[in-house]
Write a protein that binds this ligand. Structure first.
Ligand code: ADP
Ligand code: MG
Length: 610
């Protein structure tokens, strides 16, 4: 019979540590929360090697009295609650009193602290849970906690840690969540002695958001405020012109605490319904404030999830607040301000404007307002959606001449004798091309076909290692969320294969320095965001080839003409010509058909000719 034994405290603490401290970012999160709870107005975070080597958080908060230092690192010791009832009115970020004890158990920790009253600071070191004697030290008012060699005594855990970059990405995200929730605190983040974020204290939340995510997002904030009963919503939703392929940029803060909540995320999706394409997620920064007793924050180990007493009310409150805001905001005007003139602005098909184009009415929003207008008169060598297809020399009678492009004059210049008679087609509804073939009438989906053509051309070049990449004259900075930036840097090799070169720029901004020549007329930032969505969206572990293939699909889709784009005769001709050269002209890269054929026999039969 197995015997039951009480586990020694060290083991108990290690088990507890496993729950709270999953990776370096969990340490940073806990330490930052403590600094906020201590009323700090300035917090500095210094990390080495993605936290694998060391993490240090220094604050100017209340400090810990010397006689309490040992207690601070004892499990279930806290200054924040005293009895079980307090659990239902938690006003601080921490309350369980287990973070410091857990961290100290699985690392080498140095804690220095000084209260305003004390005549000096005091230091306590703990090595894998083993405390040393408390002694005086010199330090300013506040607390400094340094954590080195996390998981040094739990090798299995340590093995699960990922690369420096990945861990740093998580740390930046933890930092971002606290920094966004607390704009009045001056905060810095330093990695390997390089400053990643330097955020001045501000009364203005938009300033901090701008500071973090750059002018694109910072300039597209739409304020939302709404009160309902005891609950209040305030903050910003981002113009639907900007969106993401995942919900990581949905920052919800409940009473100052960053939370994830499926129901509320769903409400956000509903509020933006009709404004974003399927698969796109809105970006928001919203504070939800309500009396602490109306929400249970003690339901998740990292306190990321909470339970609302009246979840459905919160849901409809959030949905209603954003919908109302959109109804009274002229998104069209906003989009036009920043959009190139030729583009269809992102209009609110479901909203007051009522001027939705046919494409929108059918659920096809223009992909994005920052998609550049196709420029028919650009100099040769720049963007040519239909460069000479591989294996086809300009001399061959069926071929499109080498300079064939969307460029109208070049089409006109061609000697008619050099080409097979081009099939003619009629564009209808700005989305389908109707033409004839031997068999009958062919209805082509212009977007699907163009996408297929670009995909095949790109794939051919990538496989042959001849995709031309060109250095951007002015490298394009793209601000990303921390985890996204980390992932992009990790995937440099894969990206290089599709002609995209990226560099670190500082903060979570990535610099796109080279770009496929074929796509030179398409916005690199938008392309990179699409890339990020694929890289982060993959839960299956794909090999590099699959990822490249997915990226090619995405790029072709973005670069292709859209349903709703009016095509010139020359463009229609070019599409039809390239259609004949496609390996699989019948399917777009996603497997949807590019064309439907109504055979002559069938038409004859239907018209009762036979
Ligand atoms: P909790 O935050 O849940 O109370 P912790 O283990 O994180 O538990 O911290 C234990 C106690 O140590 C806190 O209750 C607080 O009194 C004290 N403490 C921790 N960090 C700081 C800090 N940066 N400044 C002042 N006091 C701190
Ligand atoms: Mg704490």
């Amino acid at each position: 019979m197995p015997t039951i034994k009480q586990l020694p405290p060290a083991v108990v603490n290690k088990i507890a540590a496993g729950e709270v401290i999953e990776r370096p970012a969990s340490v940073v999160k806990e330490l930052l929360e403590n600094s906020v709870d201590a009323g700090a107005t300035r917090i500095e975070v210094a990390i080495h090697q993605g936290g694998l080597e060391s993490m240090r958080v220094t604050d100017n908060g209340l400090g810990i009295a010397p006689e309490q230092l040992e207690l601070a690192v004892t499990s279930h010791a806290t200054s924040k609650i005293t009895d079980a009832d307090d659990l239902f009115r938690v006003g601080t970020l921490g309350f369980r009193g287990e973070a410091l004890a857990s961290i100290a158990e699985v690392s080498q920790m140095t804690l220095r602290s000084r209260t305003a009253e004390a005549e000096s600071g005091f230091e306590l070191r703990i090595n894998g849970g083993q405390r040393e004697a408390v002694g005086p030290c010199s330090c300013g008012t506040g607390t400094m906690i340094q954590v080195e060699h996390l998981f040094f005594n739990t090798p299995v855990r340590r093995k699960f840690l990922r690369t420096t970059q990945t861990e740093m990405g998580h740390i930046s995200e933890a930092f971002a969540r606290i920094a966004l929730a607390h704009p009045r605190i001056q905060m810095t983040l330093v990695h390997n002695d390089r400053t990643v974020h330097e955020l001045p204290a501000t009364e203005n939340w938009a300033d901090r958001i701008h500071n973090f995510f750059g002018p694109d997002i910072g300039g597209s904030l739409i304020p939302v405020t709404s009160g309902e009963g005891p609950a209040r919503i305030s903050g910003f939703v981002v113009d639907p012109e900007h969106s993401r392929g995942n919900n990581r940029m949905q920052y919800l803060f409940l009473n100052g605490r960053y939370i994830r909540d499926r129901a509320l995320q769903h409400a956000l999706g509903e509020a933006y319904r009709g404004l974003l394409m399927t698969g796109r997620y809105p970006i928001v920064f919203l504070r939800l404030d309500m009396p602490a007793e109306l929400v249970d924050v003690n339901v998740h180990p990292a306190k990321l999830e909470v339970r609302f007493q009246d979840g459905s009310r919160m849901y409809s409150h959030l949905l209603g607040a954003i919908r109302n805001k959109f109804l009274t905001t002229d998104l069209t005007a906003r989009a036009q301000l920043s959009a190139p003139p030729v583009q269809q602005p992102v209009t609110a098909g479901v909203m007051a404007s009522g001027a939705a184009s046919s494409a929108e009415a059918q659920g096809h929003m223009p992909l994005s307002v920052d998609r550049p207008a196709r420029d028919w008169t650009q100099p040769p060598g720049e963007f040519r959606p239909f460069p000479n297809p591989p294996g086809v020399s300009p001399a061959s009678p069926q071929a499109v001449p080498a300079d064939a492009s969307w460029n109208e004059p070049s089409v006109a210049d061609r000697a008619p004798a050099a080409r097979a008679p081009a099939a003619r087609a009629l564009q209808i509804h700005n989305r389908y091309l109707i033409t004839e073939s031997e068999e009958g009438v062919v209805v082509i989906d212009q977007h699907a076909l163009h996408e297929r053509i670009i995909y095949e051309q790109l794939r051919e070049k990538v496989l042959g290692g001849q995709l031309e990449s060109q250095n951007l004259l002015v490298p394009e900075p793209v601000p990303l969320a921390p985890a996204e930036a980390a992932r992009v840097l990790q995937s440099r090799e894969v990206l290089a294969r599709i002609g995209i070169e990226v560099e670190e720029f500082g903060g979570d901004t990535i610099l796109v320095s080279a770009y496929p020549a074929m796509l030179a007329n398409h916005n690199p930032a938008e392309m990179l965001r699409g890339v990020v969505d694929i890289l982060l969206g993959e839960t299956r572990s794909l090999d590099a080839r699959d990822i490249v293939d997915e990226l090619l699909h995405m790029i072709s889709c973005k670069a292709a003409v859209k349903a709703g784009d009016q095509l010139s005769d020359a463009e229609i001709t070019a599409l039809l010509e390239h259609r004949q050269l496609c390996q699989d002209a019948h399917h777009c890269p996603h497997g949807r058909p590019t064309a439907l054929v109504f055979s002559r026999e069938e038409l004859d039969r239907r018209f009762k000719r036979i």
